[in-house]
Design a protein around this ligand. Structure first.
Ligand code: GLC
Length: 480
């Protein structure tokens, strides 16, 4: 099958969150399946352009129309030996030479441009995709532009719109169609949500299928509590709405090989090697050299929905137990300040590093005993998968992808993968932590067995990539 994928970020070129990880692994996994050829489109951000690691060749340049304007498109291709996976960058310095990459007043226009440009590039390349998979609001206008402007170039191409996070929808004024897209009046209605334009809503009603990144989140999104206003639009698409749980790139996150980790390990050697990693991590972070303290870790964007409020609420109770706490991440100023202030009160026992540092993150996953993820909502979540793959037992709020990937541990049968709590409150979160601590201190053999079982779980993209193919087969009518 011929698959085009478009996204606003993709590791290793550019990444601000989980979408970047998925855009590294999913295209690769799909391209490895027999009969597939995949091309991935990303904006040619200044940061990628100036990074000497990414050698690109110029393919062509032309203009696309945004309402009354002609906008320059440069098309570049990553030099690579991978025949089945081509990575293309869409160049326009005015739109993409920005740092940080999101958060500008003209984001709507920037990604409308990108969405049109991707279709124009595909048309130039004469790559007739069977399916175009679009990700989040930044590429949500691709299904719309395909229908409004590019259908004659791609008579049989289907579109799938994947929601990685419903919170970010791409809002613009009601004149957006008239002022930026320049399509007929019916598209103002396609985009309309209340008295504004909403890119995500337009994609949900226009794409041939909609998907999201876990089964539970697909269910949750059909209820107002989780859907940020999209539940009724999504319920109308229920028969073509799929939930496919992400995997992780196990070649990138690999406790046996990662260059970031001092002591490599497998499930068999985990117990001794993780202890050494823990000691090294305590030294690196300025935590007390205490092998008996249960080391809890968090590697996360410090945003409201990640449950930082809940963590701040229980922090003093948590630290009244024999634990250490390491938090790595950046985010909203209020949480950065609150957590840093807490850490000052517990020198040697709690540390906060306000950094987006994948290499340190790797050592944290390897050295910690347990991983905290109290997200209020979580579309899929990748950190809990990485943690399990590193033998670090997750303690999570049972929501979205966390519910699907971390079934609760049952001490009587040994089943399950971590510790969970159902309702979003500090007491229940603390309850789950205390159950973890009980196992850690009272039955270390069972704790280690659980960690080893988590390490043995297949969290790679093998299964999800096949699920994406099943969905593509349904949407295109092409048999596998
Ligand atoms: C977003 C979601 C996260 C998901 C990731 C990749 O960052 O918040 O839950 O794992 O996208 O799909």
């Amino acid at each position: 099958m011929k698959i085009a994928i478009a996204a606003s970020e993709g590791a290793p070129f550019i990444k601000t969150g989980g979408l970047g990880d998925v855009m590294q692994a999913l295209p690769e996994a799909l391209s490895k399946l027999p009969g597939n050829s995949v091309c991935l489109f990303l904006p040619y951000y200044g940061k990628i352009k100036r990074d000497s690691r990414w050698e690109c060749e110029f393919v062509t340049s032309f203009a696309v129309t945004l309402a009354w304007r002609q906008c320059h498109v440069g098309l570049f291709r990553l030099k690579s030996r991978k025949k089945k996976l081509q990575v293309y960058f869409v160049d326009n310095d005015q739109y993409f030479d920005r740092d940080p990459i999101y958060g500008c007043l003209d984001d709507g226009e920037r990604y409308a441009f990108f969405s049109k440009a991707v279709l124009a590039c595909l048309s130039y390349l004469d790559f007739q995709p069977d399916v175009i998979q679009c990700n989040d609001w930044q590429t949500a206008l691709i299904p719309v532009a395909l229908q409004a402007e590019f259908r004659s170039s791609f008579p049989n191409t289907k579109t799938v719109f994947t929601i990685h996070n419903i919170e970010y929808q791409g809002w613009a004024g009601i004149d957006f169609n008239y002022e930026v897209l320049g399509y007929g009046g019916q598209y103002t209605e396609t985009l309309r949500y209340g008295d504004a334009s909403n890119f995500m809503k337009a994609a949900i009603v226009t794409a041939d299928a909609v998907s999201t990144v876990s089964e539970t989140y697909a269910q949750e999104l059909q209820y107002p509590y989780f859907s940020h206003g999209m539940s009724s639009v999504l319920t109308q698409r229920a028969s073509s709405f799929y939930g496919i749980t992400n995997g992780i790139d196990t070649t990138v996150f690999d406790p046996q090989k990662s260059g970031n980790i001092p002591f490599h390990y497998t499930a068999k050697t985990m117990v001794e090697q993780k202890a050494k990693n823990k000691q090294a991590l305590q030294l690196e972070l300025g935590l007390n050299q205490d092998p008996d303290a249960t080391l809890f870790a968090i590697v996360s964007r410090l945003a409201g929905h990640k449950g930082v409020d809940l963590l701040s609420y229980i922090a003093h109770t948590l630290l009244s137990r024999p634990v250490q706490l390491a938090i790595i991440g950046t985010g909203e100023a209020q949480y950065e300040q609150a957590l840093s202030e807490l850490a000052r009160q517990y020198p040697g026992r709690m540390v906060v590093r306000l950094a987006f540092d994948p290499s340190l993150a790797d050592r944290v996953y390897a050295g910690a005993d347990a991983y905290l993820m109290p997200s209020r909502s979580e579309p899929c979540g990748l950190s809990q998968l990485i943690a399990m793959h590193y033998g670090t037992i997750p303690v999570v709020h049972a929501t979205g992808g966390l519910r699907d990937t971390v079934p609760p541990y049952d001490p009587t049968t040994g089943e399950g993968r971590g510790f969970t709590f159902q309702s979003y409150n500090g007491e229940d979160f603390m309850g789950a932590i205390d159950r973890a601590l009980q196992l850690y201190y009272d039955d270390r053999a069972a704790w280690n067995a659980l960690a080893q079982k988590d390490m043995d779980l297949d969290v790679s993209w093998k299964v999800p990539a096949q699920a994406y193919m099943d969905m593509f087969h349904k949407v295109t009518g092409i048999n596998g």
